[in-house]
Design a protein around this ligand. Structure first.
Ligand code: BUP
Length: 451
Protein backbone atom coordinates (compact mmCIF):
# COMPACT_ATOMS: atom_id res chain seq x y z
CA UNK A 1 0.00 0.00 0.00
CA UNK A 2 1.17 3.55 -0.69
CA UNK A 3 2.49 5.24 2.47
CA UNK A 4 0.58 8.28 3.71
CA UNK A 5 2.99 11.07 4.64
CA UNK A 6 2.23 14.40 6.34
CA UNK A 7 4.42 17.47 5.96
CA UNK A 8 4.54 20.52 8.22
CA UNK A 9 6.33 23.60 6.86
CA UNK A 10 6.87 26.54 9.19
CA UNK A 11 6.73 30.14 7.94
CA UNK A 12 8.26 32.13 5.09
CA UNK A 13 8.82 31.37 1.42
CA UNK A 14 12.33 30.06 2.08
CA UNK A 15 10.65 27.27 4.08
CA UNK A 16 7.45 26.82 2.10
CA UNK A 17 9.08 26.42 -1.33
CA UNK A 18 11.22 23.38 -0.44
CA UNK A 19 8.23 21.77 1.32
CA UNK A 20 6.03 22.22 -1.76
CA UNK A 21 8.78 20.69 -3.92
CA UNK A 22 9.21 17.78 -1.52
CA UNK A 23 5.42 17.25 -1.37
CA UNK A 24 5.19 17.13 -5.18
CA UNK A 25 8.17 14.78 -5.37
CA UNK A 26 6.79 12.32 -2.79
CA UNK A 27 3.36 12.40 -4.48
CA UNK A 28 5.00 11.59 -7.83
CA UNK A 29 6.60 8.53 -6.20
CA UNK A 30 3.41 6.87 -5.08
CA UNK A 31 3.04 8.39 -1.65
CA UNK A 32 -0.23 9.85 -0.45
CA UNK A 33 0.67 13.31 0.80
CA UNK A 34 -1.04 15.67 3.24
CA UNK A 35 0.37 19.15 3.64
CA UNK A 36 -0.40 20.89 6.91
CA UNK A 37 -0.77 24.61 6.41
CA UNK A 38 -0.22 26.77 9.47
CA UNK A 39 -2.89 29.48 9.51
CA UNK A 40 -2.88 32.42 9.30
CA UNK A 41 0.17 32.68 7.05
CA UNK A 42 2.57 35.55 7.68
CA UNK A 43 2.96 36.75 4.09
CA UNK A 44 0.66 37.14 1.10
CA UNK A 45 3.24 35.25 -0.99
CA UNK A 46 2.69 32.16 1.19
CA UNK A 47 -1.12 32.17 0.92
CA UNK A 48 -1.00 32.84 -2.85
CA UNK A 49 1.46 30.00 -3.40
CA UNK A 50 -0.52 27.57 -1.29
CA UNK A 51 -3.69 28.32 -3.27
CA UNK A 52 -2.03 27.91 -6.65
CA UNK A 53 -0.14 24.79 -5.51
CA UNK A 54 -3.30 22.98 -4.38
CA UNK A 55 -5.14 24.02 -7.54
CA UNK A 56 -2.59 22.21 -9.73
CA UNK A 57 -1.94 19.34 -7.29
CA UNK A 58 -5.47 18.24 -6.34
CA UNK A 59 -4.16 14.80 -5.31
CA UNK A 60 -2.22 16.42 -2.43
CA UNK A 61 -4.46 16.94 0.58
CA UNK A 62 -4.53 20.27 2.39
CA UNK A 63 -5.07 20.32 6.13
CA UNK A 64 -5.27 23.72 7.80
CA UNK A 65 -3.56 23.95 11.17
CA UNK A 66 -4.90 26.98 13.04
CA UNK A 67 -2.11 28.12 15.31
CA UNK A 68 -2.77 29.86 18.60
CA UNK A 69 -1.62 33.50 18.42
CA UNK A 70 1.20 34.38 20.81
CA UNK A 71 -0.03 36.06 24.01
CA UNK A 72 2.80 38.53 24.15
CA UNK A 73 2.94 40.40 20.89
CA UNK A 74 6.39 41.76 20.19
CA UNK A 75 6.15 44.49 17.57
CA UNK A 76 9.94 44.49 17.15
CA UNK A 77 10.34 40.76 16.72
CA UNK A 78 10.84 39.19 13.30
CA UNK A 79 7.28 38.11 12.31
CA UNK A 80 8.60 34.87 10.80
CA UNK A 81 10.40 33.85 14.01
CA UNK A 82 7.28 34.76 15.99
CA UNK A 83 5.27 32.46 13.73
CA UNK A 84 7.80 29.62 14.28
CA UNK A 85 7.19 30.16 17.99
CA UNK A 86 3.39 30.16 17.55
CA UNK A 87 3.59 26.88 15.61
CA UNK A 88 5.78 25.29 18.27
CA UNK A 89 3.45 26.43 21.06
CA UNK A 90 0.43 25.05 19.17
CA UNK A 91 1.91 21.57 18.95
CA UNK A 92 -0.72 20.20 21.37
CA UNK A 93 -3.31 20.73 18.59
CA UNK A 94 -1.47 18.42 16.20
CA UNK A 95 -2.14 14.91 17.63
CA UNK A 96 -5.95 15.06 17.11
CA UNK A 97 -5.45 16.57 13.63
CA UNK A 98 -2.88 13.97 12.61
CA UNK A 99 -4.76 11.02 14.04
CA UNK A 100 -7.93 12.10 12.18
CA UNK A 101 -6.21 11.43 8.85
CA UNK A 102 -7.30 8.46 6.80
CA UNK A 103 -5.60 6.21 5.91
CA UNK A 104 -3.40 6.73 8.99
CA UNK A 105 -0.11 8.50 8.34
CA UNK A 106 3.12 6.60 8.75
CA UNK A 107 5.48 9.59 8.87
CA UNK A 108 5.62 13.31 9.55
CA UNK A 109 8.21 15.63 7.98
CA UNK A 110 8.89 18.61 10.23
CA UNK A 111 10.61 21.83 9.26
CA UNK A 112 13.98 22.28 10.96
CA UNK A 113 12.58 25.60 12.24
CA UNK A 114 9.90 23.71 14.22
CA UNK A 115 11.71 20.42 14.79
CA UNK A 116 11.28 20.72 18.54
CA UNK A 117 7.59 19.73 18.01
CA UNK A 118 8.85 16.15 17.86
CA UNK A 119 9.59 16.26 21.60
CA UNK A 120 5.87 16.36 22.40
CA UNK A 121 4.59 14.37 19.41
CA UNK A 122 6.92 11.39 19.74
CA UNK A 123 5.66 10.63 23.26
CA UNK A 124 1.98 11.00 22.37
CA UNK A 125 0.07 7.72 22.78
CA UNK A 126 -2.20 8.28 19.75
CA UNK A 127 0.69 8.66 17.30
CA UNK A 128 2.86 5.78 16.34
CA UNK A 129 4.70 7.21 13.34
CA UNK A 130 8.23 8.02 12.19
CA UNK A 131 9.59 11.54 12.18
CA UNK A 132 11.86 13.21 9.66
CA UNK A 133 13.26 16.72 9.48
CA UNK A 134 13.50 18.74 6.28
CA UNK A 135 16.56 20.94 6.68
CA UNK A 136 16.03 24.12 4.66
CA UNK A 137 19.66 25.22 4.87
CA UNK A 138 23.06 24.02 3.64
CA UNK A 139 24.53 20.82 5.11
CA UNK A 140 27.32 23.11 6.30
CA UNK A 141 25.05 25.30 8.46
CA UNK A 142 23.05 22.24 9.54
CA UNK A 143 26.27 20.63 10.78
CA UNK A 144 26.85 23.60 13.09
CA UNK A 145 23.24 23.40 14.32
CA UNK A 146 23.68 19.77 15.38
CA UNK A 147 26.21 20.88 18.02
CA UNK A 148 24.58 24.15 19.06
CA UNK A 149 23.05 22.94 22.37
CA UNK A 150 26.53 21.96 23.57
CA UNK A 151 28.43 25.06 22.48
CA UNK A 152 29.49 28.25 24.17
CA UNK A 153 30.35 30.53 21.30
CA UNK A 154 33.25 32.93 21.83
CA UNK A 155 33.52 35.76 19.33
CA UNK A 156 37.17 36.27 20.34
CA UNK A 157 38.32 33.04 18.65
CA UNK A 158 38.98 32.75 14.93
CA UNK A 159 37.88 29.19 14.27
CA UNK A 160 35.58 26.65 15.80
CA UNK A 161 36.63 23.03 15.61
CA UNK A 162 34.05 20.35 16.36
CA UNK A 163 35.06 16.73 16.50
CA UNK A 164 34.46 14.96 13.19
CA UNK A 165 33.35 18.06 11.25
CA UNK A 166 35.21 20.48 8.94
CA UNK A 167 36.12 23.57 10.99
CA UNK A 168 34.06 26.78 11.00
CA UNK A 169 35.14 30.37 10.78
CA UNK A 170 33.71 32.33 13.72
CA UNK A 171 33.13 35.41 11.55
CA UNK A 172 30.60 33.45 9.47
CA UNK A 173 28.41 32.61 12.47
CA UNK A 174 25.29 34.81 12.55
CA UNK A 175 25.76 37.41 15.34
CA UNK A 176 22.48 36.57 17.19
CA UNK A 177 23.95 33.14 17.99
CA UNK A 178 26.38 34.81 20.40
CA UNK A 179 23.42 36.03 22.44
CA UNK A 180 21.79 33.11 24.30
CA UNK A 181 18.68 35.21 25.02
CA UNK A 182 17.91 35.97 21.37
CA UNK A 183 14.74 34.26 20.04
CA UNK A 184 16.62 33.04 16.91
CA UNK A 185 19.16 31.38 19.21
CA UNK A 186 16.75 29.84 21.72
CA UNK A 187 14.64 28.42 18.90
CA UNK A 188 17.64 27.00 17.04
CA UNK A 189 18.94 25.38 20.21
CA UNK A 190 15.67 23.62 21.03
CA UNK A 191 15.23 22.56 17.40
CA UNK A 192 18.79 21.25 17.36
CA UNK A 193 18.10 19.18 20.51
CA UNK A 194 15.28 17.44 18.66
CA UNK A 195 17.49 16.27 15.78
CA UNK A 196 18.58 13.08 17.52
CA UNK A 197 14.92 11.98 17.91
CA UNK A 198 14.14 11.72 14.18
CA UNK A 199 14.72 8.88 11.76
CA UNK A 200 16.36 10.98 9.08
CA UNK A 201 17.19 14.51 7.98
CA UNK A 202 16.23 15.24 4.39
CA UNK A 203 18.13 18.06 2.74
CA UNK A 204 18.03 20.07 -0.47
CA UNK A 205 21.71 19.59 -1.27
CA UNK A 206 23.68 17.01 -3.24
CA UNK A 207 26.69 14.91 -2.51
CA UNK A 208 29.15 16.51 -4.95
CA UNK A 209 28.25 20.04 -3.77
CA UNK A 210 28.91 19.41 -0.07
CA UNK A 211 30.75 16.09 -0.05
CA UNK A 212 33.04 16.74 2.91
CA UNK A 213 30.25 17.87 5.26
CA UNK A 214 27.76 15.22 4.12
CA UNK A 215 30.33 12.46 4.61
CA UNK A 216 31.24 13.86 8.02
CA UNK A 217 27.58 13.98 9.10
CA UNK A 218 27.09 10.35 8.09
CA UNK A 219 30.46 9.08 9.35
CA UNK A 220 29.36 8.27 12.88
CA UNK A 221 32.49 10.12 14.04
CA UNK A 222 30.83 13.31 15.32
CA UNK A 223 30.69 13.73 19.08
CA UNK A 224 26.87 13.68 18.92
CA UNK A 225 24.95 10.70 17.57
CA UNK A 226 23.06 11.90 14.53
CA UNK A 227 20.28 10.43 12.42
CA UNK A 228 20.97 9.68 8.78
CA UNK A 229 21.55 12.77 6.67
CA UNK A 230 19.71 12.33 3.36
CA UNK A 231 20.79 14.73 0.57
CA UNK A 232 18.24 14.73 -2.26
CA UNK A 233 18.80 18.05 -4.02
CA UNK A 234 18.60 20.06 -6.04
CA UNK A 235 14.84 19.85 -5.52
CA UNK A 236 12.96 19.84 -8.79
CA UNK A 237 10.47 22.60 -9.54
CA UNK A 238 6.78 21.75 -9.17
CA UNK A 239 4.20 22.61 -11.77
CA UNK A 240 3.25 26.27 -11.39
CA UNK A 241 0.98 27.79 -14.04
CA UNK A 242 1.09 31.36 -15.40
CA UNK A 243 3.91 33.61 -16.53
CA UNK A 244 5.38 36.73 -14.91
CA UNK A 245 5.91 39.94 -16.86
CA UNK A 246 9.69 39.99 -16.32
CA UNK A 247 10.01 36.86 -18.46
CA UNK A 248 8.62 38.72 -21.49
CA UNK A 249 11.31 41.39 -21.02
CA UNK A 250 13.98 38.68 -20.77
CA UNK A 251 12.75 37.14 -24.03
CA UNK A 252 14.01 40.26 -25.83
CA UNK A 253 17.54 40.16 -24.33
CA UNK A 254 20.62 38.45 -25.81
CA UNK A 255 21.86 35.16 -24.33
CA UNK A 256 23.65 35.39 -20.95
CA UNK A 257 23.54 39.21 -21.01
CA UNK A 258 21.40 39.87 -17.92
CA UNK A 259 22.28 39.79 -14.23
CA UNK A 260 19.33 38.78 -12.08
CA UNK A 261 19.32 40.68 -8.77
CA UNK A 262 17.29 39.49 -5.79
CA UNK A 263 17.98 39.36 -2.07
CA UNK A 264 15.16 36.99 -1.19
CA UNK A 265 11.64 37.31 0.04
CA UNK A 266 12.28 38.96 3.37
CA UNK A 267 15.22 41.30 3.22
CA UNK A 268 14.36 44.94 3.71
CA UNK A 269 17.15 47.25 2.54
CA UNK A 270 17.60 50.89 3.46
CA UNK A 271 16.90 53.54 0.83
CA UNK A 272 20.57 54.54 0.88
CA UNK A 273 21.65 51.00 0.13
CA UNK A 274 19.03 50.63 -2.60
CA UNK A 275 20.42 53.78 -4.22
CA UNK A 276 23.99 52.41 -4.16
CA UNK A 277 22.83 49.14 -5.72
CA UNK A 278 20.97 50.98 -8.48
CA UNK A 279 23.94 53.25 -9.23
CA UNK A 280 26.30 50.27 -9.16
CA UNK A 281 24.17 48.32 -11.61
CA UNK A 282 24.01 51.27 -13.99
CA UNK A 283 27.75 51.89 -13.79
CA UNK A 284 28.49 48.23 -14.50
CA UNK A 285 26.89 48.68 -17.94
CA UNK A 286 25.41 45.19 -17.62
CA UNK A 287 21.75 44.51 -18.29
CA UNK A 288 19.80 43.70 -15.14
CA UNK A 289 16.52 42.42 -13.79
CA UNK A 290 16.24 43.66 -10.22
CA UNK A 291 13.61 42.38 -7.78
CA UNK A 292 13.34 44.81 -4.94
CA UNK A 293 11.87 44.29 -1.47
CA UNK A 294 11.75 47.08 1.09
CA UNK A 295 9.77 45.40 3.86
CA UNK A 296 10.12 42.09 5.70
CA UNK A 297 6.46 41.13 5.21
CA UNK A 298 4.92 41.76 1.79
CA UNK A 299 1.43 42.40 3.27
CA UNK A 300 2.61 45.79 4.50
CA UNK A 301 4.36 46.77 1.24
CA UNK A 302 2.72 49.98 0.14
CA UNK A 303 5.62 52.06 -1.06
CA UNK A 304 5.65 52.85 -4.77
CA UNK A 305 8.70 51.81 -6.77
CA UNK A 306 9.48 55.45 -7.53
CA UNK A 307 9.65 56.27 -3.84
CA UNK A 308 11.81 53.24 -3.08
CA UNK A 309 14.38 53.69 -5.79
CA UNK A 310 14.18 57.46 -5.98
CA UNK A 311 12.71 59.34 -8.92
CA UNK A 312 15.94 60.39 -10.62
CA UNK A 313 17.52 56.93 -10.42
CA UNK A 314 14.38 55.28 -11.76
CA UNK A 315 14.26 57.77 -14.63
CA UNK A 316 17.92 57.05 -15.40
CA UNK A 317 17.22 53.31 -15.45
CA UNK A 318 14.25 53.80 -17.78
CA UNK A 319 16.15 56.19 -20.03
CA UNK A 320 19.21 53.93 -20.43
CA UNK A 321 17.01 50.86 -21.12
CA UNK A 322 19.68 48.82 -19.38
CA UNK A 323 17.41 47.01 -16.98
CA UNK A 324 14.09 46.71 -15.18
CA UNK A 325 13.15 46.96 -11.51
CA UNK A 326 10.12 45.14 -10.11
CA UNK A 327 8.73 44.80 -6.63
CA UNK A 328 6.21 42.05 -7.40
CA UNK A 329 6.80 38.36 -6.81
CA UNK A 330 8.57 36.82 -9.84
CA UNK A 331 9.02 33.23 -10.94
CA UNK A 332 12.64 32.97 -9.90
CA UNK A 333 13.20 29.42 -11.11
CA UNK A 334 11.96 30.28 -14.60
CA UNK A 335 14.06 33.43 -14.61
CA UNK A 336 17.18 31.47 -13.68
CA UNK A 337 16.41 28.97 -16.45
CA UNK A 338 16.04 31.73 -19.07
CA UNK A 339 18.79 31.86 -21.72
CA UNK A 340 19.22 35.63 -21.20
CA UNK A 341 20.44 35.20 -17.60
CA UNK A 342 24.23 35.27 -17.22
CA UNK A 343 24.60 35.82 -13.47
CA UNK A 344 22.74 36.02 -10.17
CA UNK A 345 23.46 38.74 -7.60
CA UNK A 346 21.96 37.13 -4.50
CA UNK A 347 21.80 37.09 -0.70
CA UNK A 348 22.63 33.38 -0.88
CA UNK A 349 19.44 32.09 0.72
CA UNK A 350 19.81 28.33 0.47
CA UNK A 351 16.94 27.83 -2.00
CA UNK A 352 18.34 30.52 -4.26
CA UNK A 353 21.81 28.98 -4.14
CA UNK A 354 20.45 25.54 -5.04
CA UNK A 355 18.31 26.98 -7.84
CA UNK A 356 21.43 28.61 -9.31
CA UNK A 357 23.48 25.42 -8.85
CA UNK A 358 20.85 23.36 -10.65
CA UNK A 359 21.04 25.64 -13.69
CA UNK A 360 24.76 26.40 -13.58
CA UNK A 361 24.21 30.15 -13.13
CA UNK A 362 27.22 31.90 -11.52
CA UNK A 363 26.46 33.88 -8.37
CA UNK A 364 27.70 37.05 -6.76
CA UNK A 365 26.91 36.47 -3.09
CA UNK A 366 26.09 39.33 -0.77
CA UNK A 367 25.40 37.61 2.52
CA UNK A 368 23.08 39.63 4.73
CA UNK A 369 21.99 37.53 7.69
CA UNK A 370 21.23 34.07 9.12
CA UNK A 371 22.87 31.06 7.46
CA UNK A 372 23.94 33.00 4.37
CA UNK A 373 27.68 33.22 5.05
CA UNK A 374 27.79 29.45 5.52
CA UNK A 375 25.87 29.02 2.26
CA UNK A 376 28.21 31.41 0.45
CA UNK A 377 31.22 29.41 1.66
CA UNK A 378 29.72 26.37 -0.05
CA UNK A 379 28.96 28.34 -3.22
CA UNK A 380 32.48 29.74 -3.41
CA UNK A 381 34.19 26.43 -2.67
CA UNK A 382 32.15 24.58 -5.28
CA UNK A 383 33.05 27.18 -7.92
CA UNK A 384 29.53 28.56 -8.25
CA UNK A 385 30.59 32.17 -7.87
CA UNK A 386 32.30 34.92 -5.94
CA UNK A 387 31.74 36.30 -2.47
CA UNK A 388 33.12 39.64 -1.29
CA UNK A 389 33.27 38.71 2.40
CA UNK A 390 34.21 42.23 3.51
CA UNK A 391 30.76 43.56 2.52
CA UNK A 392 29.63 42.36 5.95
CA UNK A 393 26.17 41.68 7.37
CA UNK A 394 23.11 43.74 6.39
CA UNK A 395 23.41 47.30 7.64
CA UNK A 396 26.94 46.80 8.99
CA UNK A 397 28.24 49.23 6.38
CA UNK A 398 27.00 50.92 3.24
CA UNK A 399 28.32 48.97 0.26
CA UNK A 400 29.17 51.63 -2.29
CA UNK A 401 28.11 51.70 -5.92
CA UNK A 402 31.74 51.41 -7.13
CA UNK A 403 32.21 48.16 -5.19
CA UNK A 404 28.99 46.77 -6.65
CA UNK A 405 29.95 47.88 -10.15
CA UNK A 406 33.34 46.15 -9.88
CA UNK A 407 31.94 42.82 -8.68
CA UNK A 408 29.05 42.77 -11.18
CA UNK A 409 31.55 43.35 -13.99
CA UNK A 410 33.72 40.55 -12.67
CA UNK A 411 30.75 38.17 -12.43
CA UNK A 412 29.49 38.89 -15.94
CA UNK A 413 32.76 39.34 -17.80
CA UNK A 414 35.19 36.86 -16.32
CA UNK A 415 34.41 33.69 -18.23
CA UNK A 416 36.01 31.48 -15.63
CA UNK A 417 32.93 31.96 -13.40
CA UNK A 418 30.65 30.90 -16.23
CA UNK A 419 32.56 27.71 -16.99
CA UNK A 420 32.97 26.75 -13.30
CA UNK A 421 29.25 27.29 -12.70
CA UNK A 422 28.45 25.20 -15.75
CA UNK A 423 30.40 22.34 -14.20
CA UNK A 424 28.29 22.71 -11.00
CA UNK A 425 25.14 22.53 -13.15
CA UNK A 426 26.40 19.34 -14.82
CA UNK A 427 27.14 17.73 -11.45
CA UNK A 428 23.68 18.77 -10.20
CA UNK A 429 22.09 17.02 -13.18
CA UNK A 430 24.25 13.96 -12.64
CA UNK A 431 22.96 13.67 -9.06
CA UNK A 432 19.49 13.07 -10.49
CA UNK A 433 20.39 10.61 -13.25
CA UNK A 434 19.54 6.93 -12.71
CA UNK A 435 22.07 5.76 -10.13
CA UNK A 436 22.99 9.39 -9.28
CA UNK A 437 23.55 10.25 -5.62
CA UNK A 438 20.29 12.13 -4.97
CA UNK A 439 18.21 9.72 -7.02
CA UNK A 440 19.55 6.80 -5.00
CA UNK A 441 18.84 8.49 -1.67
CA UNK A 442 15.25 9.27 -2.73
CA UNK A 443 14.76 5.56 -3.50
CA UNK A 444 16.13 4.78 -0.04
CA UNK A 445 13.73 7.27 1.61
CA UNK A 446 10.72 5.79 -0.21
CA UNK A 447 11.72 2.33 1.06
CA UNK A 448 12.10 3.71 4.61
CA UNK A 449 8.64 5.28 4.36
CA UNK A 450 7.06 1.95 3.40
CA UNK A 451 8.30 0.26 6.60
BR1 BUP B 1 11.83 37.36 -3.69
C1 BUP B 1 11.34 35.82 -4.61
N1 BUP B 1 10.22 34.83 -6.43
O1 BUP B 1 10.17 37.06 -6.22
P1 BUP B 1 15.66 31.65 -0.21
C2 BUP B 1 11.71 34.58 -4.17
N2 BUP B 1 11.31 33.47 -4.86
O2 BUP B 1 10.23 32.60 -6.68
P2 BUP B 1 14.66 33.75 1.62
C3 BUP B 1 10.58 33.59 -6.02
O3 BUP B 1 11.51 32.14 -2.91
P3 BUP B 1 15.26 32.32 3.92
C4 BUP B 1 10.54 35.97 -5.78
O4 BUP B 1 13.09 31.08 -5.88
C5 BUP B 1 13.30 30.72 -3.47
O5 BUP B 1 12.77 29.47 -3.79
C6 BUP B 1 13.03 31.69 -4.63
O6 BUP B 1 14.17 31.32 -0.63
C7 BUP B 1 11.63 32.13 -4.33
O7 BUP B 1 15.60 33.05 0.50
C8 BUP B 1 12.50 31.31 -2.32
O8 BUP B 1 16.50 31.82 -1.40
C9 BUP B 1 13.35 32.14 -1.41
O9 BUP B 1 16.09 30.59 0.73
O10 BUP B 1 14.37 32.68 2.66
O11 BUP B 1 13.38 34.19 1.05
O12 BUP B 1 15.51 34.81 2.21
O13 BUP B 1 15.37 33.57 4.73
O14 BUP B 1 14.49 31.24 4.63
O15 BUP B 1 16.58 31.86 3.37
Amino acid sequence: MEPHIALLPSAGMGHLMPFLRLAAMLASRNCKVTLLTAQPTVSAAESNHLNSFFSVHPHIQRLDFHVVPLQTSNPHGDPFFLQFEAIIRSVHLLPPLLSSLSPPISALFLDIAAATCVDQLADHPSLSISYYILSTTSARFFSLLTHLPHLTLESSCENLKLHGLPSFSISNIPPPLFNPQNLFTTQLISNARAISRVKGVVSNTFHWFEAETIEALNSGKTSITLPQFLPIGPFKPYEDPGKCASLSWLDEQPAKSVVYVSFGSRTAMSKDQIKEIGEGLLKSKQKFLWVLKSVIVDKVEETELQELVGRSLLEKIEEKKQGIVVKEWVKQEEILTHHAIGGFFSHCGWNSAMEAAQRGVPMLAWTLNGDQRFNAEVVEKAGLGLWPKHWGWLGERLVKSEEIEEKIEELMQDHKFRSMAQKVGEEAKRAWEIGGTSEKVVGQIIEMLKL
